[in-house]
Design a protein. Sequence first.
Length: 111
Amino acid sequence: MSGEEEEEGGPLRELLDVDRTIHEPARLAILAHLMAVESADFLYLRRVTGLTAGNISSHLSRLEEQGLVGVKKEFQGRRPRTLVRLSAAGRRALQRYVRTMASALEVIGIE
């Protein structure tokens, strides 16, 4: 493939349109964990990602604004509990992101 063909929209062109909300490492880690479970509470996400409470809260807000996750606050006894679930749109967006990245890696020879 020539350089001109690549500029016109070659296989790596999709990377320019990758979902930057998902591409951020902390948010990608959160979404990857949520993909494997039905829902997760805030403390679990803190533990598995190693992020601070403030970081998780900030990233969850961004993911919720984008419709990628649903956040539900409830009480367990007298203690507040925040449950997070990957939305259907979030699941589709993460799958699309993974396909895009896998395709790009394949094009450059990394499998």
